[in-house]
Unconditional design. Structure first.
Length: 90
């Protein structure tokens, strides 16, 4: 039954024209509800792994890149490197 919910129902919903985010959300919620696990166990498993601090570097690195891009620092850094290195490849 769970396999049917996770495979067949999303295909039917996509054919009906439901947006992809809603199809994925419906399949995930259906799979969680039919898995037989208590909801609080799923909650603690999902949010208990947020204490891994090296993984926190990934969104902060993306945020720093966005700040550099919006402030123009990235463009100036590329111009600096091109002026130092010049036409030397790779």
């Amino acid at each position: 039954m769970t396999i049917l919910l996770i495979v067949v129902v999303p295909v039917i919903l996509l054919v009906m024209g439901v947006p992809i985010f809603a199809v994925l959300l419906a399949a995930a919620l259906g799979g969680i509800l039919l898995s037989g696990n208590p909801i609080h166990a799923i909650h603690s498993a999902m949010f208990g792994n947020l204490d891994i601090f090296p993984l926190l570097a990934v969104p902060l690195f993306i945020y720093a890149g966005d700040i550099m891009s919006r402030g123009g620092i990235a463009r100036r850094l590329i111009e600096l490197i091109l002026s130092l290195v010049g036409a030397v490849r790779g």
